[in-house]
Design a protein around this ligand. Structure first.
Ligand code: C5P
Length: 284
């Protein structure tokens, strides 16, 4: 019987996200704190001796199936090419993190794929080469290789690990999703936020640290997706101060008290989450 390896891929929330400029190639310079939370996809890997890289979805309705050549397949092919292994893999993806949510699910899957395949194929790229592959796959992928929460700058390639106090959050994903390029390309996006510092962020006490700054993508996303405003209003009605993560459409609020999440509108994905103290593959 062939061995199948199960590997987790956690979601992230952006505590804040400031856009400080734009590069000549159109990519945006940002500053953000990326925080890992206990909402996971699971990837199942079965090594193939024939060198082929294949993928299937587990438990996804046909409308939610990812394209065959998704980010995990592209990650596996890039690693295979870079390390020259004759081995391949079949990846089954059990998707639980909402897509088009700003929660980094696809990027996290790709990062977990790179880390898992280094182990299963018995290869190890120099860290810098792995990070270069990660950044080509997507701006959020290097963060998911960093092992924990991080202060992220540049277009996503400058990742500085930070620690955060343990806390609970309520995450709300309304039915509509949002496409990241659509948000970043908006003419009304604020692109000139002042530069913040890690020291300025870390100087906040634990009660304030989760409310630092703002998400500059939120006004554009709200204009495109009224369900974001509805989600924030729903959080307000529970005395919770919410904000959007990434390019949306999920929003979240720190949970200082217990709330009745059963009163959620139907079709919404509402979940209580804890931040992680480390990435589950931290030592890989
Ligand atoms: O890198 P990723 O595939 O996640 O980016 C998706 C899109 O978001 C890019 O094609 C780009 O339009 C936009 N983006 C950006 N600046 C960033 C990250 C993403 O403009 N720092």
């Amino acid at each position: 019987m062939k061995a199948i390896y199960d590997v987790p891929a956690p979601a992230k929330l952006n505590l804040f996200l400031h856009i400080t400029g734009r590069r000549a190639d159109g990519y945006h310079l940002l500053q953000s704190v990326f925080m890992l939370i206990d909402w996971y996809d699971t990837l199942h890997f079965e090594v193939r001796a024939d060198g082929q890289i294949t993928r299937s979805d587990i438990g996804a309705a046909s409308a939610d199936r990812l394209p065959a050549e998704d980010l995990t397949v592209r990650a596996a092919k890039a690693l295979q090419h870079a390390c020259g292994t004759p081995l391949g893999v079949h990846i089954s993806l059990e998707k639980r993190i909402p897509t088009q949510a700003g929660m980094g699910g696809g990027s996290s899957d790709a990062a977990s794929c790179l880390l898992a395949l280094q182990r299963l194929w018995g290869v190890k790229l120099p860290r810098q080469n792995l990070l270069e592959i990660a950044l080509k796959l997507g701006s959020d992928v290097p963060f998911f290789l960093s092992g924990g929460h991080a202060w992220v700058e540049g277009v996503g390639e400058l990742v500085t690990p930070i620690t955060l106090p343990p806390a609970d959050f309520l995450v709300v994903k309304p039915p509509e999703g949002l496409s990241t390029p659509a948000i970043f390309s908006s003419a009304s996006l604020k692109r000139d936020s002042e530069t913040a510092t890690i020291q300025g962020f870390a100087a906040n006490n634990p009660a304030q640290i989760f409310g630092f700054g703002r998400n500059d993508l939120q006004p554009v996303a709200q204009a495109l997706c009224p369900q974001i405003v509805q989600s924030l209003d729903w959080l307000s009605a529970q005395q919770l101060d919410g904000r959007m993560t990434g390019s949306g459409s999920a929003v979240f609020a720190q949970l200082p008290h217990s709330v009745n999440v059963h009163a959620q509108p139907s079709g919404w994905n509402v979940r209580k989450c804890k931040n992680l103290q480390a990435h589950p593959l931290e030592s890989w």
